[in-house]
Ligand binder design. Sequence first.
Ligand code: ADP
Ligand code: MG
Length: 238
Amino acid sequence: MANLELRQVKKRFGAVEVIHGIDLKIDDGEFVVFVGPSGCGKSTLLRMIAGLESISDGDVLIDGEEMNEMPAAKRELAMVFQSYALYPHMSVRKNLSFGLETMKVSKDEIKKHVQQAADILQINELLDRKPGQLSGGQRQRVAIGRAIVREPKIFLFDEPLSNLDAELRMQMRVEINKLHRRLKSTMIFVTHDQVEAMTLADRIVVLRKGVIEQVGTPLDLYNNPQNIFVAGFIGSPR
Ligand code: ADP
Ligand code: MG
């Protein structure tokens, strides 16, 4: 678990500013969902938190410590992407253990972590398969498993369910919810799907064109959308 703070965070690509000074505090163990239309800056914001993208201005703090110069590998967070990004030539077991092997974790320890992740995600019977022999949902479980084995303080999910069909999405929503209750980790989940946002979030951050339009619980946003954009997005236009 960890808390996270963004202070006046900005991002420019060349001369174009796409994130315009975001302030946000996220508590230990909180499940926060970033929503907003395509191109509003959700992925860029997540990637800056992860350290995969530099910050043009402002600060990112994890547990009060400024992260601006901290390399991604040292941030104790794990990111799950929309495309599963598994190593196709490695077994599921190897996909889960590979990251830890490069971090000089002992073999026993690795085995324990892989087993734990496999139990949580119910992928025990898939451990000896290759990604090509898995369904979309199974691959996404493995991708989440790969994040879990590192025991990150913060999980970052970038539209992890977008490639799944409706029924699987629903199942995976439930799984991610369970995962959060079990691990009690801080989670930031990006989606452009209102239903996903409303069902998963402790708090929702509504983004539009690189600024925060509103932050609140699903109920707050539903009952008191601050403007027509939020109302339209949450689905209760006035
Ligand atoms: P979202 O994830 O909400 O769809 P992104 O964070 O991917 O939005 O993109 C936000 C804005 O930044 C978009 O206008 C996009 O075109 C721009 N952008 C993202 N990555 C780059 C990049 N590497 N170079 C230039 N512009 C980028
Ligand atoms: Mg994106």
